[in-house]
Every structure is written in C-alpha cells, then in structure tokens.
Design a protein around this ligand. Structure first.
Ligand code: PMP
Length: 298
C-alpha cells in the first residue's frame, strides 16, 4: 500500500475537510451514484499557500460559491467558513507551501438529469506540489500546440464558473498536445479568437506592451488580474482586447498565468516562435515577491 505523498491521490496520509469535519485522507469518499460523476455537477478551486498564507484565499472562496451558484446549487457554507476550513486543512496537514483543492458537488439523493433532491457537498484537500511545468523546460519557455477543441460560447455553458464539466475540453486538448510532444495547448474560442491554455490564461508582449484576450467566454483568472496589476505597477501598458491567431506571428513574447502555472514563459505556439522570455521572467519574479509578501498587495 502506498503511503506518504507520492502514491495515488486516494491512497495517501493526511487529512481532508469533508462537509464540515476533518477526516483521514483515505476516508474522503463518494458513492458511484453521485450526481457529480454522471452529470458534471461539480465545481472546484485551485489555490496555493506560500509560507503558510493562502494567496488571495477569500477571492478563491468567493469564486467557489459563485461557480456553484452558476450551476444552480448553493453551498451552505459562507465565504468565511470556507476560508477557515482551508486554513484548517493546511494546518492539519502541517503544510506551509501547498496546492489546495476545494471541490463542491451534488450528491446522490437523486439520479437523473434533474438535480432533484441532491444535497451540496464540499471537500478541501491540500498537497505539496512544486512547479506545474518542469522548471528546466519552463526557463526557456514551454511549447504550445494549437488545440483542435475550442472554448464554448457563453450561451452554451456558464464559462465564468470553474466547473468540472468545462474541463473535459481542457483534458482533451492537453492529452492531444502531449501526445504530439507539446507541453500544453492554446485553445481558441468558438469565434476562432485566441482564448487561453488548458489551465491558465495567456498574455503576449509587443513593443513593450502586454496584450491579453477579453475573458468573455473563459475564466478571468485571479493570477491574470494579479499579473495585470503587477505589470501596470511597472508602468507596462496592458491591453485587453480580442486577439486573432493571425496576430501570433507579430508578438515578440508570450506567457501563461495561473495559480498552478504561476507565470510561465512560452517559447512557441504551433509554428510561431517568440524571441524572448524577459517579460515573463520579470513578472514571475514580481509574482513570487508578491505571494511571499515581499511586496504589498494592491
Ligand atoms: N483558465 C483555466 C482553464 C484554468 O484552469 C485556470 C486555473 N484555475 C485559469 C485559467 C487561471 O485561473 P487562476 O489564475 O484563478 O488560477
């Protein structure tokens, strides 16, 4: 039996917060006839703790509740209760630096498309997780494929929700990209505009300014907004606008932002090569300083 931190995710030591109490890791289980498993009635968060402090915790807890609401279910825990539960998980597992995964879902009281009498559940896990992309690769920039799958229109799915169901597209795109030797994929949106990567937002640099797509059909990431603020603090102009793939050729730099990915430089997207990773390096350093409390929050 695997123990410790490297086994499969259902077979580890530690504590998971489950519907109001801390339970031993292996006992945090759900039934196979859970609504979430069949109809994707599930939303989640990804947040990181640095030096014992969970970065922008309240924003994550608020987004979690809003994500559930957008799927039509309300969590019976307040933002303050979710914040406190997250802190409790970090403490119980004796972590100072960790990735944290709150997940909320509809239970098994009804089976069928209708949510019926299903009850909302919430679990919060944490584990030590280093860089999302191999630092050796990321230092010169990762290589992105262009995904065959697209972000759906906001009238097709509630794109502001960090809903598990929306990740089907991401998993398909990531698997396709990795099978072709890439590290991740850029997804276009339903109109054919540049949208985001499979677990992170995207930025481009041209003549000293940053350009990033308008998040009107994908997640307006907490890291995205943080990095926009950090860039503006440096006097860098940040332009949110529709971006078409034809423009990729004219950009000089590109990078991803996300809680897991932090700030990750991009070397190439499909056939387009970027010349420098300087802006990503600078903003990654600023981001590291911010999350470690070495520079103040805005
Ligand atoms: N887009 C997708 C698809 C993501 O999974 C994430 C990670 N949560 C992001 C963007 C970035 O969001 P955040 O900066 O809030 O982590």
């Amino acid at each position: 039996m695997a123990t410790g931190k490297d086994g499969p995710f259902d077979d580890r030591d530690g504590w998971i917060w489950f519907d109001g109490e801390l339970v031993p890791w292996r006992e945090a289980q759900v039934h196979v006839l859970t609504h979430a498993l069949h109809y994707a009635s599930s939303v989640f968060e990804g947040q990181r703790a640095y030096n014992g402090t969970i970065f922008k915790l309240t924003e994550h807890s608020e987004r979690l509740r809003r994500s559930a609401s957008l799927l039509g279910f309300e969590l019976p825990w307040s933002v303050e209760e979710i914040d406190a539960a997250c802190k409790g998980v970090l403490k119980a597992n004796k972590f100072t630096d960790a990735y944290m995964r709150p997940v909320a879902w509809r239970g098994s009281e009804s089976m069928g498309v209708a949510p019926g009498k299903t009850r909302p559940h919430l679990a919060i896990a944490a584990w030590e997780w280093g860089k999302y992309f191999d630092p050796e690769i990321a230092k010169d920039g990762i290589r992105l494929d262009i995904a065959p799958w697209r972000r759906p229109a906001p009238y097709t799915a509630p794109s502001e929700s960090k809903a598990a169901g929306l990740y089907m597209i991401c998993t398909l795109s990531k698997q396709h990209a990795e099978s072709r030797g890439y590290h991740d994929a850029l997804m276009l949106d339903w109109r054919g505009r540049v949208a985001e990567a499979t677990g992170a937002n995207i930025f481009f640099a041209k003549n000293g300014a940053l350009h990033t797509p308008v998040p009107d059909c994908f997640l307006d990431g907490i890291t995205r907004r943080t990095v926009m603020d950090l860039a503006r603090r440096r006097g860098i102009e940040v332009v949110e606008r529709p971006i078409w793939p034809e423009e990729l050729e004219g950009f000089q730099q590109a990078f991803l932002t996300g809680t897991a990915a932090e700030v990750t430089a991009i070397q190439s997207i499909g056939p387009y090569q970027f010349g420098s990773v300087e802006m990503a390096r600078q903003l990654d350093k600023d981001y590291e300083d911010l999350v470690h409390g070495r520079i103040p929050n805005a």
